[in-house]
Design a protein around this ligand. Structure first.
Ligand SMILES: Nc1ncnc2c1ncn2[C@@H]1O[C@H](COP(=O)(O)OP(=O)(O)OP(=O)(O)O)[C@@H](O)[C@H]1O
Length: 305
């Protein structure tokens, strides 16, 4: 479990993270979503003790990172997959890491197998594709068999097969009871990967909850209806206070379930030719929600008088 309370980080006049409070539960994949520059990496670095909060607090399973005795056995992270010595084999890289962090050498081959790199363990990691580098990064994160895992934009630049692999692997880690916190700037990707979401914009919390609630609330909720008696149906709906927009040979009905529309039509013996719930684009909804907070450079603090 990860718990952030009032987490804040200033870089000079730049407010990268702004009084952020959220909880990441064990046994679930939680997406950490926000536009570029929203403060995701800075937050993750603070969780991992790589950056000091200006104020506020973040704990992993109740403890600050700095108080963990063998940190890698509690929390593992993939921040930058290309962080590997180019002339070292995957196995040598992990053995070096295991030694430096006092983890058992035998764990190296276990994690190489876990991520499917067993057969290329002796190949130069410098020549790995992005997908293989990501797997090696994940293997490194798993070296200490931690209960909590952080992944910063792990699918960036991967091909569909690589994305699917990472997605399935995260589900598996969560199913083992681990806390999986994964950042992304793409809602469509997170909608398929995560069960829970923490959404931020300009360093501030915009949403925390399940993906399905977010999608349901965020997307446009309309039903497209076709009928030979469109005008009569539209009038009946409007008489009930329902919002109806005429659209050529169809109407769009807002905020009423298709079942209710069908029942109303049946009660008045109106034939329906189509009854089609429309889902607004997830990305559009996301941009709408975070729209005000999108910025490529975090906002500056208001100058104090
Ligand atoms: N070391 C630093 N010094 C100064 N400013 C920084 C530093 N690290 C981050 N920032 C700024 O803080 C803001 C948040 O950056 P951060 O990298 O955390 O966002 P992000 O959501 O991870 O974005 P991205 O998806 O682009 O990586 C940005 O405006 C960034 O320029």
């Amino acid at each position: 479990m990860i718990e952030a309370t009032g987490l804040t980080k200033h870089y000079g006049r730049t407010v990268a993270v702004d009084h952020l409070s959220f909880t990441v539960e064990a046994g679930r994949v939680t997406g950490f979503l926000g536009p570029n520059g929203a403060g995701k990496s800075t937050t993750m670095r603070m969780v991992l003790g790589l950056d000091r909060p200006t104020s506020g607090d973040v704990r992993i399973d109740g403890k600050h990172y700095r108080d963990l005795k063998l940190p890698l056995t509690t929390v593992g992270a993939l921040l930058d997959a290309k962080w590997v010595h180019p002339n070292r084999s995957a196995r040598a890289h992990l053995r070096w890491l295991a030694k430096a962090t006092k983890l058992p050498r035998k764990r190296v081959d276990e994690v190489l197998d876990l991520v499917g790199l067993g057969s290329v363990a002796n190949k130069n990691a410098g020549g790995f594709s992005l997908g293989m580098s990501q797997r090696l990064g994940i293997a490194a994160a798993l070296l200490g068999d931690p209960k909590v895992l952080l992944f910063d934009e792990p699918v960036n630049g991967l091909d569909p097969e690589g994305i699917l692999w990472i997605r399935r692997f995260m589900h598996r880690l969560a199913a083992e009871g681990r806390t999986v916190f994964v950042s992304s700037h793409l809602l469509s990707e997170m909608a398929q990967t995560a069960q829970d979401l923490v959404v931020i914009g300009r360093g501030k919390l915009i949403y925390q909850g399940t993906v399905s609630d977010f999608v349901e609330n965020a997307t446009e909720n309309t039903v497209l209806v076709r009928s030979p008696e469109l005008t009569r149906l539209a009038d009946l709906l409007r008489a009930d206070g329902v919002q109806v927009v005429e659209d050529g040979d169809s109407i769009r009905v807002a905020n009423l379930a298709s079942s209710a529309i069908g029942e109303l039509a049946a009660a008045h013996r109106i034939v329906l030719h189509e009854l089609n719930p429309q889902l607004g684009s997830l990305e559009e909804a996301f941009i709408q929600l975070t729209g005000e907070s999108v910025e490529y450079h975090a906002h500056d603090k208001e100058p104090t008088a």
